[in-house]
Design a binder for this molecule. Sequence first.
Ligand SMILES: [Zn+2]
Length: 459
Amino acid sequence: MTTSSNLLIRGAAAVMTGRAGDAARAGAVDIRIRDGRIAELAAHLAPQGDETVIHADGCVVYPGWVNTHHHLFQNLLKAVPAGMNADLQEWLASVPYPRLDRFTPDIFRTAVRLGMAELLLSGTTTCADHHYLYHHGHGAETGDVLFDVADELGMRMVLCRGGNVQSKSSHPGMRATALVPETLDEMLGDIERLKSRYHDASADALRRVVVAPTTPTFSLPPSLLREVASFARGMQLRLHSHLSETDNYVKFCAENFRCTPVQFVADHDWLGPDVWFAHLVAVTPAEIRMLGQTGTGMAHCPVSNARLGSGIAPVRAMVEAGVPMSIGVDGVASNESGSMVHEANFAWLVHRALGGAKQTRVEEVIHWGTAGGAQVLGLPGVGTLAPGQSADLAIYDVSGLRFAGFHDIATAPVAAGEPTPVRDVFVRGRHVVQDGAVVGLDIERLRRDAAHALTALLP
Ligand SMILES: [Zn+2]
């Protein structure tokens, strides 16, 4: 493992910056890293005496992907037969929720290790995990497990602390279980504890805490929504949740509140540049305008939306309305792949299938998945490769035959999708993937732990 935090990455065929427009491409430059930050990007940099040189010939370099919506516990719930052909409502009731109480801290730790390893091996360096394994009297320690494994493997971790409060009757997943939802005091008390123990407000924090009831429509009585938003802002924490993943949200809000879901959350102080929602598939032009005008962010999860038959989010219209755009892989129980390369490839393609070849550009998809993610998470010190930024980056090996015919090799990871081998990954200059292996991960032990844990989660 490379232990020096002074590095020189030399000889890459192309470097993408994560920035928008003409600034997206840095060309075939070398990258100097000092004390975990990018010091210089320029052609033909000469190594200095205290630097470790990383040869990147036959490789392209991207900023580390910033995954803005995930559920790491689901890494032990891939391809559960009962949910393979189910829509969101049936899937919630048959895949994650009936198994929530089987996730002991040990099983959860195994799932998190699997999920983080999978993310790192796609070049992802920041993960916002929307974690909702909470019910009355249970789950508090699992937040600590997430930060613990993130430290072990070197991933930048944003814990979006989910959960449901006193709303079992209306929640489509909780209704299918015998679990008792936690109380508001339990939820907010745990968030205060997590904040004081882990939260770092700095621009390139390795640990963040976010207030994230699982859905604003189903997880809380409306009377508590504004209180939770006010609590988050009083603590200077961001807000995150699911919204309008399917038209069920639209029907529910129309029937119960006589408004659209975005209007409903607006009425309860849940819009703004400190808020981002996952999915936003079923939204009207008026809702898109509200999201754009308030700077409310979006975690686009196209693979999960396709897998569950939920639809395709109107991403082009959202970007044009000024909605900050980012990409999330969502839980792998509704994706089967926890790879940001796969997600970016699908994001690039699916909007073209629907609206034509001008809907997406590779550079823009990279921007959404890196700098865009950093923006919605409030981490301006990551997501782009530029002097002063944290050295979070992925080195893709594009020397294989699969890439031999490329005229524009910089596009390869997104345009070709998987397999695009990740050779090395750095987070704040720490070498977390080396020669295609997660540093410090005991693969055989994890394989055994996963097989053992799986038996507890069957059928
Ligand atoms: Zn989700």
